[in-house]
Design a protein. Sequence first.
Length: 218
Amino acid sequence: MGRFLSNQLRILLAGLLAILPLVLTIGGTVWVGALLFEWAGPGSAFGGVLARIGLAFVPSPIAAYLIGFTVIVLFLYAFGLLVSSQVKSGVVAFIGRIMERAPVIGAVYSLVSRFLGAFGKQGTADTSAMAPVWCYFGGPGGVAVLALLSAPEAVDLGGRSYLAVLVPTAPVPIGGGLLFVPSEWVVPATVGAEALTSIYVSMGMTAPQFLAGRPATT
């Protein structure tokens, strides 16, 4: 009797584990959709702005919201085309100069630009953006951590050279722990920011795909 119940329980657990990824995927999608609707839906503050844009064309609140949403999407698309063209550097530099003139907002804008710049690189070097690096705690051969180099300039702490690195969190690699580690522990990673993002989002499951045959350089 006990063996029969054990077999049935094993079958039940197998079915649960098989369907759990689907349930979590659907649940996560619904949760994200509900969150976006709360932040940008017709009843939100942002949705009110979209509705006011559309009310200039139609009297219906729902139709006005949809028109406002379409206007914003078209604006973002047009701006994306602009910054993707040959005038990208000039546009970005112009916006950066304007934002950096504000004492507090400028500092925040600079930090956010550098952080997002690491995830926007497409195989081109950008010295102003964070760069993926390997941190070998304890020195070469120690625990390896895939992180982002906050700044290429080292700082002197107690007569020793240290680098500031940001260790992202999984599964959402936004933010994390800011650590100052000895410079000799940090080496450039031969992976791009997209690979770093994928590794953290998948909680390491895609690491063999991106790290196979890619040793860190010294």
